[in-house]
Design a protein around this ligand. Structure first.
Ligand code: ATP
Ligand code: MG
Length: 182
């Protein structure tokens, strides 16, 4: 349940990811979304068993959670949410948002923070219409990915009205690249 302090949250950012590992691209997207959209808090939500990435081995949830904890330590406007991790089943983003709505109550506006890569296939996600009812989108640029709102709007009408662009320097950082270097 939300604590007394958390009830003051009116604008909640939600950054879902595999975080395998978390990196500066995630942190900067969260920081810029927070600043530009006046978010009271950003929740980092590590995926449990990501429905879209079953093919490769993923670091244990406990390790990914610990990396997130270390990366956001000391930042009071950032917090970890275990909502996906503690679920036994693969979890779609709409399910996560429903669970967070139950936890945080009806008041806060939800801003789902994502990079342009993730936005480009949003129309193929599970229940995309429901998704954009449950949250607004805060979309950050990502190198190599165009944000083509005209074509996205055709595939998912109403999307544009629910979308906020987040300006940030292009950061050519990805977890895949970090893993490859390791
Ligand atoms: P992987 O390479 O394993 O897919 P990733 O770096 O894309 O990892 P994810 O955990 O998949 O990281 O990403 C979580 C969210 O953060 C996604 O919405 C993604 O678009 C966004 N994101 C990740 N890296 C960046 C970046 N460098 N710039 C902007 N957004 C980013
Ligand atoms: Mg990714």
């Amino acid at each position: 349940m939300a604590t007394a302090v958390e009830t003051l949250v009116r604008r909640l950012g939600i950054l879902g990811g595999t975080f395998d590992p978390i990196h500066h691209g995630h942190l900067l997207a969260a920081e810029e979304a927070s600043h530009q959209l006046g978010l009271d808090k950003v929740l980092f939500v590590p995926a449990g068993i990501p429905p879209h990435k079953p093919a490769r081995p993923i670091a244990p949830a406990s390790h990914r959670v610990r990396m997130v904890e270390l990366a956001i330590a000391g930042k009071s406007h950032f917090a970890l949410s275990r909502v996906d991790i503690d679920r036994p089943e693969p979890c779609y983003t709409v399910d996560t948002l429903e669970l967070l709505r139950a936890e945080w109550g009806n008041d806060p506006r939800f801003f789902f923070i994502e990079g342009a890569d993730s936005l480009s296939d949003l129309a193929c996600w599970y229940q995309p219409r429901r998704l954009i009812e449950l949250c607004e989108l805060a979309v950050a640029e990502r190198p190599g990915f165009e944000i083509d709102l005209t074509s996205l709007e055709k595939r998912l009408p109403g999307l544009t009205d629910r979308l906020h662009r987040v300006q940030m320097p292009l950061l050519e950082i990805s977890s895949s690249d970090v893993r490859a270097r390791v």
